[in-house]
Design a protein around this ligand. Structure first.
Ligand code: KIV
Ligand code: ZN
Length: 513
């Protein structure tokens, strides 16, 4: 018997972006969108277009870039939000508008200050506005996990009549338990008279650590779309982790009557990309994508695995994209080989000028590092994209950082400030601290440093360090990235990248604000 299709709806760029500090630029959303498409995600929720002009532009750009996945935007159930969303996704090969309104007594009374009948009217209107833009419309009764079942049945029946094609049931505050949540989906499917006209979807938050369990219980009870995020990113404790949902369904095909179309070998690259862009590290023991997820330490386990892998391994590391580090290029590789490998990775560089700049970066790196892996190429491209799109106000020209036992570390640098060359130096508690202080002597941003993190892009002591710096100023929070084989230089680049983002005039307000 043919298995049913389980739709994977990724909301890393919308709910994930609602994690404080995880705000993404348009270019970052395009990169993540491309990776999700490569992974064969069915639906990509790219943002909340009415939240800001910046997010409108980001959703529109993802909609125009992605061809093989549906691109969706989120809208509250009001005319302005829905129309902004409709406009933003209009250019997609397959657009979707996702509109929502709260249905729990506590939300209706205290947040919306609306009567239940008004909430139904508003939801119906929103779905009809959305249908003016696309026939692919999703409706969510927010806080469904704490809503009255009779009311849920009434509102859902009405929005289906109005034209909703997917009904998404959110456990907005992560309150429900697996059995009850599965039961809720079953009951809704049984009681809503027109329930067979739509796809049933779930969206679970992880406040009690149950987001994945609740989602899977819903799938066992008939849900055929799961909303999830890479690395479980999302509001508060996050959303259901995409990698866990996909691998649970795939590994336990004996239990699930459905399957996804995800290319699981793209999971680890996607996890790394999202972690790098947001600066949210992945804990080592995180299922599927944590560094230790496939590492066997105890003698008994190692012995068993050596005799037969399946004694202790239920999945193969390479199936989710581990050990995919391929030695692809070296110092002697030419421009053609470079371009070919990029296109194998799904990276297309349109202009000759941009290709030349990226190729120069590759050659510079190959001079310092013999083996260039796919991850190095991704970092090169990300840096080149930054240079192309961010109208850089500050640019690092050169940096000397000194550290020696018993001597106060100091840094001396040259950078440009709106094209003007400036020199600065500073002492600090270490070379990174000294470099940041020297940069501040020029930039005088007064921004607060919220996060500094370093990850090695590949293995080995000659690996590139990828640094994330999170700065906050005047209510805005931005993440800057830098990569280099010298982590002090990578740190300075990341700090300057964050300063440039603070300078950028594009309004990027976190959707929560
Ligand atoms: O958690 C939630 O309820 C949401 C909805 C907008 C789907 O994110
Ligand atoms: Zn949510």
């Amino acid at each position: 018997m043919a298995r049913e299709h389980l739709i994977i709806f990724d909301t890393t760029m919308r709910d994930g972006e609602q994690s404080p500090g995880a705000s993404m630029t348009k270019e970052e959303k395009i990169r993540i969108g491309r990776q999700l498409e490569r992974m064969r995600v069915d639906v990509i929720e790219a943002g909340f277009p009415a939240a800001s002009d910046g997010d409108f532009a980001a959703v529109q750009a993802v909609a125009r870039t992605v061809k093989d996945s549906t691109v969706c935007g989120l809208a509250r159930a009001n005319e302005n939000d829905v129309r902004r969303c409709g406009e933003a996704v209009r250019g997609a090969a397959s657009p979707r508008v996702h509109t929502f309104i709260a249905t729990s007594p506590i939300h209706m009374e205290k947040k919306l200050r609306m009567e239940p009948s008004q909430v139904i009217d508003q939801a119906v209107r929103a779905v009809k506005w959305a249908r003016e833009y696309t026939d692919n419309v999703e409706f969510s009764p927010e806080d469904a996990g704490r809503s009255d079942i009779d009311f849920l049945c009434r509102i859902i029946e009405q929005v289906i009549k109005a034209g909703a094609t997917t009904i998404n049931v959110p456990d907005t505050v992560g309150y429900t338990l697996p059995e009850a949540f599965g039961g809720l989906i079953r009951t809704l499917r049984e009681r809503v008279p027109n329930s067979d006209k739509v796809i049933w979807s779930v969206h679970c938050h992880n406040d009690l650590g149950l987001a994945v369990a609740n989602s899977l219980s819903a799938v066992l009870n008939g849900a055929r779309q799961v909303e999830c995020t890479i690395n479980g990113l999302g509001e508060r404790a996050g959303n259901a982790a995409l990698e866990e949902i996909v691998m649970a369904v795939r590994t336990r095909q004996d239990m699930f009557p459905c399957e996804t179309r995800i290319d699981t070998t793209q999971i680890v690259p996607a996890s790394r990309l999202v972690s790098g862009v947001t600066g949210f590290p992945v804990q080592p023991n995180k299922a599927i994508v944590g560094a230790n997820a496939f590492a066997h330490e105890s003698g008994i386990h190692q012995d068993g695995v050596l005799k037969s892998r399946d004694t202790y391994e239920i999945m193969r590391a390479q199936d989710v994209g581990w050990n995919a580090n391929k030695l692809v290029l070296g110092k002697l590789s030419g421009r053609n080989a470079f371009k070919t490998r990029l296109s194998e990775l799904g990276i297309v560089i349109e202009s000759e000028e941009a290709l030349n700049a990226a190729f120069k970066r590759f050659k510079d790196l190959a001079d310092k590092k013999h083996e260039i892996f796919d991850e190095d190429l991704q970092a090169i491209i990300s840096e080149s994209e930054h240079d192309e799109v961010i109208n850089e106000h500050f640019r690092l020209v050169s940096l000397l950082a000194h550290s020696e036992t018993g001597v106060l570390p100091f840094a001396r640098l040259v950078m440009t400030d709106a094209g003007r060359e400036m020199r600065a130096e500073s002492a600090g508690s270490g070379p990174v601290d000294a470099s940041f202080k020297a940069i501040e002597n020029v930039a005088k941003s007064g921004a607060e440093l919220l996060l500094y993190s370093v990850n090695s892009i590949t293995t080995g002591t000659d690996a590139q360090g990828e640094v994330t710096v999170r700065l906050s100023k005047g209510g805005r929070i931005v993440n800057g990235q830098g990569a280099d084989t010298d982590i002090v230089v990578a740190s300075a680049k990341a700090y300057i990248d964050a300063l440039n983002k603070l300078q950028s005039k594009l309004e990027r307000v976190n959707p929560q604000v």
